[in-house]
Design a protein around this ligand. Structure first.
Ligand SMILES: *Cc1c(COP(=O)(O)O)cnc(C)c1O
Length: 841
């Protein structure tokens, strides 16, 4: 018998191998087999698709193994329910998370391809409006990176957030056709489709034990098809799934009409069904109250609950009444809060569980995150509309409310005021269902998203609920993922940091503290300034190429990017720009620190004032950018179509981050965190997470101005007269008069009257009261910028102390305090490529 084992040549599998030659071969294979192209005939898009499939193969292998391991071990899992996931492009993040960016760059290089240009081809899934949807995406990245057993559930909108163009200074909306050329990152799972019902009526019946039962005879039924996208974690084998539901017509339902000879009805039903997931509602922080929106919410919630209950029954040997021991479900705002009623219906009507037991399971399953203090954003549904669409759920909600009101009466006897304030039904006029109340009553935990926000919730908006259930409430300050917002978007700064402290900080952002010791190091500071300059140059080049506007990269890049909203006060920023402009006009030789003002953000299509503010910014830009007296010292740019993809070159380029919302209005903000991590200094109010950012970085490294939340509250309670500020403040008066008389809109002198009139005579967001403080603070910013050495030190300290704002920290807090979920490290087979090869066949 031979003593030596036979010599084995190891050949990497084309689907899993990471060797450069294998990657190149797999890429060319995909180009040929999936795109039907050879390198000489391939378009840029073909190249992007072939590369994406190559990366997807490598993810899929690991992912499928991980899912099998999960099924075996069945660890306690969190489902994150969100009507929005603003993911941003996948390709680059997947490469970073797999630790493969450099390797793939070299492989593509050897094929004569530029990886960055391929990355730039991706059309992002814009399945969210702004901060709330982006938070959900950052959470997925963190849950994957921290090995948290998790699954995201949402809606696969065919058209995401609209595309914004600027035409003659105005916002013009276009449809976002993100799926037009295909999406290589998703996999439809037809066999896991479920049916979702709407409308009809309920019917009472008695079962064999004479129990009172209800069934729901719906008159519309829609098919929900799951599309799964694997979410990779940084240096992790975890298998987080994002499962998004698409609505399709239910064949059997259509056939019924068809057999009755109603061909048109059958087709019409198909159109109605598919409309459900057609388009994302473009309102940010404002409810729409439209029937289709309620259908969207119920559609994805019902499909999701059916999915998790099916899984429980199939995989676990335990009864459904212990469901909550294995899974918790986080409600991202009230958009999925109908889950409370749907869970009750599924348990009681379809799984024979008693009311009391069903209520126990429901209350122990859900947790709810509140995202806003704005009254116009607190979701409520007209009761008749709700009852027409979801008759059984209305009955269930009324019964939940009956028990709930009794429990209030028991705890707080003879307080009818409390009863009407807390009731799930608003009975003041036309009846409404208050979704936040339903979410709180049906959950075991309620949280706000920044310290101030949670304080205001428990002391004002939800005070009664806090008194009733103090143990449910906690704060979970938001965070953002450093993988996307530093490593991917700011490679130069990441390299400077890594040159001193390695790369541990990418998984533990508090480690950034270690760069504090270099805040006075000459060489480090020079490298830091160069990284910032290079990010500014990259943005300037993009703007030059796309819009032909030349920027001075030595000027202060003063940036405000976020949804356009009066409470965010982009128009306060504009008042400052015009103030500086006037100072130059009065004294053209004035020694002023050059500034580039950059704006970006979408306005809800029906929000008149927000759209007028965009027009104002562009009108001011037109005058300021072309006035020879200004001589290039001020530049104003509005970047069209702000998105995750576009934003990734913006945050790194900022010297100054504008976080100037009216105190008490911004729940947290997350843009503020992205800027801080990228070395911008903040000018901001004591609002949302700004307060915590200032606490962390130190007040000497933060430009604070304006009234705090209490002062705003007291000002408005005391008969605030904004006109007073106009009368006594001459710079302000001049600025407003110029806007009012058409200085920036000579063709339409009255164009901006609504903005000026609003400020002078109503000023809900107290711009007039904060103006002087803002201007003085901006003057301090300009003086500070003159000392580049001191500024750079502040910039370094901001980054060094930004560790708290990683979404990893936020997710750990959710896991420890709310979800009670431990990390679970997936065990992959030793030779993934060999095992993988077997699986693929
Ligand atoms: C982070 C982010 C937001 C949220 O910005 P805020 O300044 O917190 O309002 C909105 N849109 C996009 C594309 C983002 O990346």
């Amino acid at each position: 018998m031979a003593k030596t084992s036979p010599k084995r040549t190891h050949v990497e599998n084309d689907r899993t191998g990471l060797d450069k030659e294998t990657v190149k071969r797999a890429y060319l294979d995909h180009l040929f087999c999936m795109q039907s192209k050879v390198p000489s005939s391939a378009t840029k898009w073909d190249e992007y698709m072939a590369l994406s499939y190559t990366i997807r193969d490598r993810i899929m292998q690991r992912w499928l193994h991980a899912l099998q391991d999960f099924k075996k071990k069945d660890p306690r899992t969190v489902s994150y329910l969100s009507a929005e996931f603003l993911l941003g492009p996948h390709l680059e993040n997947n490469l970073i998370n797999l630790g493969q960016k450099e390797n793939f760059r070299e492989a593509m290089d050897e094929l004569g391809l530029d990886l960055e240009k391929m990355i730039d081809q991706e059309v992002e899934p814009g399945l969210g409006n702004g901060g709330l949807g982006r938070l959900a995406a950052c959470f997925l990245d963190s849950m994957a990176s921290l090995d948290i057993p998790a699954i995201g559930y949402g809606i696969r909108y065919e058209f995401g957030i609209f595309d914004q163009r600027i035409q003659d200074g105005w916002q013009v909306e276009g449809t976002d056709k993100w799926l037009k050329f295909g999406n290589p990152w998703e996999v439809p799972v037809y066999q896991s489709s479920v049916h979702v019902k709407f409308g009809g009526k309920t019917r009472v019946w008695y079962d064999e034990k004479s129990n009172y039962r209800v069934s729901w005879d719906a008159d519309q039924e829609v098919l929900a098809i799951p599309y799964d996208t694997p979410i990779t974690g940084y240096k992790s084998d975890n298998a987080v799934i994002l499962r998004l539901w698409k609505a399709e017509a239910d064949q059997s339902f259509d056939f019924q009409s068809f057999n009755e000879g109603d061909f048109f009805g059958a087709v019409e039903n198909k159109v109605i069904s598919e409309n459900i997931t057609k388009v994302l509602y473009p309102n940010d922080s404002k409810i729409s109250g439209k029937e289709l929106r309620l259908m969207q919410q119920f559609f994805f919630v019902s499909a999701t609950l059916q999915d998790v209950i099916r899984f429980h029954k199939k995989v676990r040997k335990t009864p459904i009444t212990v469901f909550h021991e294995k899974m918790t479900m986080q409600l991202n705002d009230t958009h999925p809060s109908i889950a409370v009623a749907e869970m009750m219906r599924l348990l009681i009507d379809e799984n024979d569980v008693s009311w009391d037991e069903a209520w126990e399971v429901t209350r122990k399953t859900f947790a709810y995150t509140n995202h806003t203090l704005l009254p116009e954003a607190l979701e409520k549904w007209s009761m008749p509309l709700f009852g027409k669409l979801l008759p059984r759920h209305l009955e269930i909600i009324l019964e939940i409310n009956y028990h709930f009101l009794n429990s209030i009466r028991k705890k707080f006897p003879n307080d009818e005021g409390k009863i009407s304030r807390m009731s799930i039904i608003d009975e003041a006029g036309e009846k409404y269902i208050r979704m936040a109340h339903l979410a709180i009553v049906g959950s075991y935990a309620v949280n706000g998203v920044a310290a101030l926000h949670t304080e205001l919730l428990i002391s004002e908006v939800l005070k009664d609920f806090y008194e009733m259930y103090p143990e449910k409430f906690s704060n979970k300050t938001n965070g953002v993922t450093p993988r996307r917002w530093m490593v991917a978007s700011n490679p130069d700064l990441a390299a400077v940091i890594a040159s001193k402290i390695g790369s541990e900080w990418i998984k533990d952002l508090t480690k950034l503290k270690e760069i504090e010791q270099y805040a006075d190091n000459k060489k480090f500071k020079k490298d830091w300034q160069e990284a910032k300059l290079s990010a500014k140059q990259k943005l300037a080049d993009k703007i030059k190429n796309k819009y032909g506007i030349e920027l001075n990269v030595n000027s202060i890049f003063d940036i405000q990017v976020k949804r356009i909203h009066e409470y965010k006060r982009q128009h306060l920023n504009v008042l400052h720009i015009i103030t500086l402009y006037n100072r130059i006009k009065e004294n053209p030789n004035i020694d002023i620190v050059p500034r580039t003002f950059i704006f970006g953000g979408k306005a809800a299509p029906g929000y008149f004032m927000a759209k007028l503010i965009i027009k104002l910014i562009n009108s001011v830009a037109e005058v300021v950018n072309h006035d020879p007296d200004v001589n290039g010292r001020l530049k104003v740019v509005f970047l069209p179509n702000y998105s995750v993809k576009n934003s990734q070159s913006v945050y790194p380029a900022a010297d100054l981050s504008e976080q100037i919302s009216t105190a008490g209005k911004e729940a947290s903000g997350t843009g503020n965190m992205k800027f801080t991590m990228n070395g911008a200094l903040t000018i901001g109010t004591l609002d949302g997470a700004n307060i915590e950012i200032r606490e962390e970085v130190g007040e000497e490294n933060f430009f604070l101005f304006g009234l705090d939340a209490k002062q705003v509250y007291e000002l408005k309670a005391s008969n605030y007269i904004p006109l007073h500020h106009y009368d006594v403040n001459h710079e302000l008066q001049k600025v407003l008069n110029m806007i009012y008389t058409g200085y920036f809109s000579p063709q339409q002198p009255n164009l901006f009257h609504p903005i000026v009139d609003n400020l002078k005579y109503s000023d809900e967001y107290v711009l007039m009261a904060d103006y002087q403080s803002y201007i003085e603070c901006q003057d301090r910013v300009a003086e500070a910028y003159r000392d580049q050495d001191a500024w750079t030190k502040m910039s370094i300290l901001n980054v060094a102390r930004s560790g708290k704002f990683s979404s990893d920290r936020t997710i750990r807090e959710y896991c420890d305090d709310i979800w009670k979920i431990d990390p679970y490290k997936v065990k992959l087979p030793e030779h993934i490529e060999e095992a993988g090869a077997i699986m693929m066949c």
